[in-house]
Every structure is written in structure tokens, then in C-alpha cells.
Design a protein around this ligand. Structure first.
Ligand SMILES: Cc1ncc(COP(=O)(O)O)c(C=O)c1O
Length: 368
């Protein structure tokens, strides 16, 4: 494995220091919650090794939501841990995979660290960031091991339609390839929510976590769902070699949060829709930017128009230095820096409005 730190991690607010940021529009989750919000009293929790596949109560809740059996669920250290287990289990140096770009960085970086042969399906702004399944299929070779997609997508917020997901599954089945569907944003959707991909076929591997819609990324709880018992055994072997089991404390908190999911997700949806409306209203009055309206998640990926006469480097300098405002610049996603990811779910309303105004002011100051 050739590990290289990713810009999105090096430049993340937790690494830079939250106290250096006034308006934080760089997050990709909903607002973080306090432990006390969950009303847990767990002084008596025995801090033993946990069940290796994950706490049975937690797995039962995940399985119910996913419409699969408990045996089809393996908990992991966040969705990031799930993606790492899947990549290192399925892929060896030189193996071929097809992956969507841009993407949550790990979906690309771990296969790269393994030394895989990667074919990219590039999403294009001009095509509304739509995944072209014909183009994807044309990249599959006889030795392709994995297709990797994310929906709702980070950083664009674009979501697959159910017919497209089913077509991808049919392609994976026909070509005998595993299909990884990163569904970390599944619970946050402005369009009808898709079924969990893994519930539709043993070829599909679904990944999600407690980090984004539940706003508790500080507990590192995610999961893999898959209906192929032999494959799940290999994923379990990887988990055991990395860390034996999950954290008892984290899984206890995750279970409590999932039990409260109905009320919590309802309020998340209301907050998220209001925040999206704020961004949409601002963009309506900001002629130097263009965007594709997101269909899910809590981020969008607008860009500075090519003819807007803006010096991109000066823009980012002003944003950071004069306005202490953080967004996710395009290079976090291997894209032109004219793109920026704006996270609208995490900031409170005043912070969101302040941050959007700071972007406009920085554009004013960066005219060529
Ligand atoms: C699409 C996607 N997958 C996975 C992750 C990892 O999330 P976590 O490990 O916190 O569950 C992220 C985080 O930004 C993400 O956006």
C-alpha cells in the first residue's frame, strides 16, 4: 500500500483548527450533535470486546432499514472504514476497477494506494453531473473487479434514479463484477429515496454510516451491507485484522441514535430543505456562479463561470484571509479550482448566510 495524505484531509477544518474559521461551509454532514442530545445514561456499559460483526441490536436496526437480514450487515469504523475494507478485500495491485470522478476522495485514493488500474467515469457539469451508464459499461473489461459509484453523490449532490441503479446492477450481474454503492447520503434526499442497493442483488455492496444525516461523525460507526455470505466472511476477516471489533461505546451510541431516527431524520429534512432554499436564493442573485441543483445530501458543487473575470487564487485567498470562510475547493476533488463545494447542512442559518455573503464579497475583490 502506498499511502498519500489527501488534500481534503490535510485542509479539513479539524486539522486546520475550527477556531480559524468564522463561516464554515466546508462540512459535508449535518450539524454535529452532543452526546447529551441522545439522552443516554450508560455508566454501566461493560467495556468489553464487542461482537465482531457489530452489536446485534445495532445490526438488527440497520438490517431493518435496509430490508436485508442481520447476517448481511457488518459494522465498520465509519463509511471510510467500510470503503477501506471493501477495496483491500476485493482489489490487488494491478487490478482494474471503474470509479466515478469526482467522488468522496477515499473511493479513488484507496484503490490508488493499492496500485490498481483505475478507469474513471468523469461527471460533467454540462451534463448535469449525470452518470452516463453507457460510458461506464464501455470501460468494463474482462478483468474488471469492481464498479464504484456514490449516490446521492459527494460533492455534486446528484442522485441516481431507481431505474439507473437497477441498470447498473444488471450490468454488474451480466459482467460478473462487484458493484459498490456508497450510500452515505441515502437518508438525505430531495427526490424519492432509493432502495438499499445490496437488498436488490448479492453483486451489490452498500456502504453508509451515522456521520452525515445523524450528525455524529465523532463516533466512528458505519456499515457494509451485502447478501453474499462468503464475501461477508472475507470482509469480517479484514475487520478482525484491522481492529477485531468496533468500539462498544460508539456502537451503543449509534444504536440509540438509530432508535430515534424517525424524529431525527424528519427534522434533518426540514432544516436541510430550508438551507438549500437559502443557497438557491443566493445563487439566483449571484451571476458569477453557476450550479447543478443537488437532489440529495447536504452539499452542492457550484463553479465560477469561465467568463466571469475572476482570479481564482485571489478569490480563495480573500475568502480565507479576509473573511475566515471555508468551502471545499475543487482541488479536494481533483477538479478545476473554479468549482467549490458548499456544505449547507452543517452551518446554522446565520453562519450559512454569512458564509454565502463572504463568497460574494471575495468574488468582488478578485475581479481581474
Ligand atoms: C460519500 C462519502 N462516503 C464516505 C464518507 C466517510 O464518512 P464516515 O467515515 O464519516 O462515515 C464520506 C465523508 O465525507 C462521504 O462523503
Amino acid at each position: 500500500m502506498k499511502y498519500v495524505r489527501m488534500p481534503i484531509e490535510i485542509e479539513s477544518p479539524e486539522e486546520q483548527g475550527y477556531d480559524t474559521i468564522r463561516f464554515n461551509l466546508s462540512e459535508s454532514s449535518m450539524r454535529d450533535r452532543k452526546l447529551s442530545d441522545l439522552g443516554l445514561g450508560f455508566d454501566d456499559l461493560l467495556l468489553m470486546y464487542g461482537v465482531h460483526r457489530g452489536a446485534p441490536g445495532l445490526r438488527a436496526l440497520i438490517a431493518k432499514q435496509a430490508n436485508v437480514a442481520e447476517a448481511d450487515v457488518l459494522t465498520t469504523a465509519g463509511a471510510a472504514g467500510a470503503l477501506f475494507i471493501i477495496a483491500t478485500t476485493l482489489l490487488d495491485k494491478g487490478d482494474h476497477l471503474v470509479v466515478v470522478r469526482p467522488n468522496y476522495a477515499t473511493n479513488i485514493e484507496t484503490p490508488r494506494a493499492i496500485g490498481c488500474d483505475i478507469a474513471y467515469v468523469d461527471l460533467k457539469f454540462e451534463e448535469g453531473f449525470r452518470l452516463d451508464i453507457d460510458r461506464l459499461e464501455a470501460l468494463i473489461r474482462t478483468n474488471t473487479k469492481l464498479i464504484s459509484v456514490t449516490t446521492p453523490h459527494n460533492p455534486t449532490g446528484v442522485a441516481l434514479k431507481e431505474a439507473h441503479l437497477k441498470r447498473l446492477i444488471a450490468v454488474a450481474e451480466k459482467r460478473g463484477v462487484h458493484l459498490l454503492v456508497d450510500e452515505t447520503y441515502r437518508e438525505m434526499s430531495f427526490v424519492p429515496k432509493l432502495p438499499v442497493a445490496a437488498s436488490l442483488s448479492p453483486h451489490a455492496i452498500s456502504v453508509a454510516s451515522m456521520s452525515k444525516s445523524y450528525g455524529i461523525p465523532g463516533i466512528r460507526v458505519g456499515w457494509i451491507v451485502n447478501r453474499d455470505p462468503k464475501l461477508m466472511e472475507r470482509f469480517l476477516a479484514a475487520k478482525e485484522q484491522i481492529g477485531i471489533c468496533g468500539s462498544i461505546v460508539d456502537e451503543h451510541i449509534a444504536e440509540a441514535a438509530l432508535k430515534q431516527s424517525a424524529g431525527w431524520l424528519g427534522s434533518v429534512e426540514r432544516t436541510n430543505r430550508e438551507a438549500l432554499a437559502t443557497v438557491e436564493a443566493w445563487l439566483g442573485k449571484e451571476p458569477r456562479l453557476e450550479w447543478v441543483r443537488p437532489e440529495g445530501g447536504c452539499v452542492c458543487f457550484p463553479r465560477i463561470k469561465a467568463g466571469a473575470g475572476i482570479d481564482t487564487d485571489r478569490f480563495y485567498r480573500a475568502l480565507q484571509t479576509d473573511h475566515a470562510t471555508a468551502v471545499g475547493p475543487g482541488h479536494w476533488f481533483e477538479q478545476d479550482r473554479r468549482f467549490m463545494r458548499i456544505g449547507f447542512g452543517w452551518p446554522l442559518p446565520a453562519e450559512l448566510s454569512g458564509g454565502l455573503a463572504a463568497i460574494s464579497a471575495s468574488l468582488d475583490g478578485a475581479r481581474r
